[in-house]
Ligand binder design. Structure first.
Ligand code: HEC
Length: 91
């Protein structure tokens, strides 16, 4: 399952997951249009390289109740590429 089946890169366009527009540098769980799990909303995580890497490796790493249906991306290079992508195109 790909990210885009649940996430849009257009601001305020919510799917099964929150819009990822501008997600890099943003605090977790703060897209006002999306009803997050309490865990993510209260996590105080800021999405930068290290936190995205931890989350995408396995969403349980941040203690979030997963509803991402992905069991994490184990390939370091794939994660790194994805994070670069989010950083430069999701604004
Ligand atoms: C089956 C749907 C689904 C898929 C597939 C999915 N996600 Fe998610 N994603 C979610 C949901 C739902 C949340 C909110 C989780 C919560 O509230 O705890 C989320 C949250 C996130 C967040 C945190 C957003 C924020 O505003 O704090 C990021 C970053 C993210 N996903 C990235 C990805 C990436 C990258 C992929 C592809 C590798 C992906 N997701 C695949 C449903 C999905």
């Amino acid at each position: 399952m790909s990210c885009s089946s649940c996430h849009s890169l257009k601001p305020r366009e919510e799917g099964k997951g929150p819009s990822l527009a501008g997600v890099f540098g943003r605090r977790a769980g703060t897209d006002p249009a999306f009803a997050y799990s309490e865990r993510l909303r209260d996590s105080k995580v800021i999405w930068i390289e290290s936190t995205l890497d931890t989350y995408l490796d396995d969403p349980f790493n941040l203690g979030t109740q997963i509803n991402m249906m992905i069991h994490g991306i184990r390939d370091d290079q794939v994660r790194a590429d994805l994070i670069e992508f989010l950083k430069y195109s999701a604004r």
